[in-house]
Ligand binder design. Structure first.
Ligand code: MN
Length: 319
């Protein structure tokens, strides 16, 4: 039943040739956002740019923000992607150029589909919980859907899965027969798994998907590899199940999907297919109306950073 081969042969999955099951533990890097916040960037990272259509993962906190403003991300644009806001503790107030105004709470899905253009802000409400802990994830939109109309979805109720010592919430896509109501445009999955210390479980996987796991808290052996906050374990594809063993009370994010065959250009908050598209999007954020306006945020919108010297080139999902 299980494919836990230690010397896997190469298999085809998705559009490109890829290896079968692997266990690559990749270390994230600390990135400063603004003056006080530091996050762990787990995608893109050295050695891996995407897992399925997942193209960006920041894990932040838990941070004590009792006497601080907390998260204050001024209005900024997106294109070509979906953002997934996922909290374990605290709350985030989302505003966007569609007029959405939504407080997101732990284990609720805030799913923003930028399509061709959207702008939004994210902030801790003035009155907020002491601790802020969560993840910000992006999903690249395939070419056929990347020019779609922008949309925002809030799903407070998500399907859950349970096993002995394990409780899971399906954020996007499907896992173990449970399917999230969030809109997706490529076959993928995102799930939040809470494990009690000592829990041992085997999660059913899709052999055509590639997967990765990261710890939001605690310590879990994922297919025998210790995973703790700050790193992400890339698992490859060709697996029918995944053994988990919780070393402590712990929480994992499982990300997976059909390998994303299209090459993308990712810069700042944009996902495109060419450097020219990026240059144009930056210009239109700086001087135009394409990305709309966010109302109600107390502060200036974000200015786009300078473009790096040289041309921005499309890159594949691996490096
Ligand atoms: Mn954003």
């Amino acid at each position: 039943m299980s494919n836990l081969d230690l010397k896997p042969v190469a298999t085809r999955c998705g559009g490109d040739a890829s290896t079968g099951p692997v266990r690559d533990l990749l270390t994230g890097r600390a990135v400063r956002l603004g003056e006080s916040t530091e996050v762990r960037r787990l995608l893109p990272t050295m050695g891996r740019r995407m897992v399925g259509a997942w193209c960006f993962v920041d894990h932040y906190g838990p941070d004590d923000i009792a006497d601080e403003p907390g998260m204050q991300v001024p209005p900024h644009p997106h294109m070509g992607l979906q953002t997934v806001s996922w909290l374990h503790q605290g709350e985030v107030l989302h505003r966007d150029s569609l007029g959405s105004l939504q407080t997101l709470r732990p284990r609720e899905l805030g799913l923003m589909t930028s399509g061709r253009a959207i702008s939004h802000s994210e902030e801790s409400p003035r009155s907020h919980a002491r601790l802020l802990h969560g993840a910000q994830l992006w999903v690249a939109l395939p070419d056929a859907h990347r020019h779609t109309a922008p949309a925002f979805e809030h799903h407070a109720q998500l399907p859950e899965i349970t096993a002995a010592g394990l409780h899971g919430t399906v954020i996007l896509g499907s896992l173990d027969g449970a399917t999230s109501p969030g809109t997706t445009h490529t076959p993928l999955v995102g799930a939040d798994l809470t494990l009690a210390e000592g829990a041992a479980a085997r999660l059913p996987l899709e052999p055509e998907f590639e997967y990765a796991a990261l710890a939001m808290s605690g310590s879990v052996d994922v297919d025998g590899v210790r995973v703790e906050p700050g790193s992400i374990l890339y698992l490859g594809c060709g697996r029918r199940e995944l053994p988990l063993l919780a070393r402590t009370d712990a929480s994992l994010l499982l990300l997976g999907g059909e390998p994303f065959a299209e090459e993308i250009v990712m810069w700042w908050n944009f996902v495109a297919r060419s450097g020219e598209e990026i240059v144009r999007a930056r210009e239109e954020w700086e001087t135009g109306f394409r990305f709309g306006a966010v109302h109600g945020y107390a502060g200036e919108r974000l200015a786009a950073p300078m473009l790096p010297p040289g041309a921005l080139k499309p890159r594949g999902r691996q490096r």
